[in-house]
Design a protein around this ligand. Structure first.
Ligand code: ADE
Length: 238
């Protein structure tokens, strides 16, 4: 997979992709992330990328032409499956969207800045508008890094067994169960007995029940009508 990120602040994206799992994905040739500075595609001597909003009001708007020039330069080298625009008024990013994007070959992510991009860019050039949550960042760069991270870690071969994505929170629509490691007792704080029992089926059942319990408690919106508690506390699937 290849992800090309277009930004007016490339420095903000220097860090995330040169560490840990994302770096490993690059080193293994499973993912390539390229960050492109929009400025060289700007207009005039100043290489302007933004201008005042028609109709007035505070804040600058990212202009169409620099974005078109940059997109055209990228599209000369390869076909892209999606051109994603990071914006707080986009569709909220979630695990199913990460799963869907991880199946694509080439993605462009355009980071919004200032008041955002000219609406005509959104209408004619963008295939998907994505928000990472109901809050406003100072630009789309950190949001783009979040999306790229969540997508790249799903690519086959990026994670090893210990970090497998299959047991992640949200992957089965539930939050992940609690985890413990050595020592079995610290400061008088113990570990649930079942996890030390070596009984695989009981452990799996405990983890499932804990996942359901935690999801009901913290994110009842994820549960909907999927599970109900019977008397005696066991959880059954409908
Ligand atoms: N740009 C600013 N805030 C954002 C958000 N919440 N999601 C995506 N892009 C953004």
């Amino acid at each position: 997979m290849r992800i090309d990120i277009i930004t007016v602040l490339p420095g903000l994206l220097e860090g995330p992709f040169s560490h840990s799992i994302l770096k490993r994905a690059e080193d293994k040739g499973l993912a390539t992330v390229k960050v492109h500075d929009l400025r060289p595609y700007g207009i005039g001597k100043q290489k302007s990328v933004d201008d005042y909003a028609f109709g007035g009001g505070a804040g600058m708007v990212m202009m169409i032409e620099p974005i078109v020039r940059c997109l055209e330069a990228l599209k000369k080298d390869r076909a892209y499956d999606e051109v994603i625009y990071m914006t707080p008024d986009g569709h909220t990013f979630d695990q199913p969207m990460a799963n869907a994007l991880s199946l694509k070959e080439n993605l462009i992510i355009l980071c919004g800045h200032y008041k955002g991009v000219d609406e005509r860019v959104r209408q004619h050039l963008i295939t998907r508008e994505v928000s990472i949550g109901d809050f406003v960042l100072s630009g789309g760069e950190l949001a783009a890094a979040v999306v790229a991270d969540a997508v790249i870690r799903l690519l086959p071969g990026v994670l090893n067994d210990e970090t497998s994505a299959l047991t992640d929170s949200f992957q089965d629509g539930l939050l992940a169960p609690p985890v413990y490691t050595r020592p079995a007792v610290y400061n008088g704080w113990g570990v649930p007995e079942v996890l030390l029992s070596g009984h695989a089926a009981n452990i799996e059942s405990w983890r499932f029940d804990e996942s359901v319990r935690r999801t009901k408690e913290r994110r009842p919106d994820l549960i909907g009508g999927r599970f109900s508690s019977e008397k005696g506390g066991n959880t059954t699937e409908h």
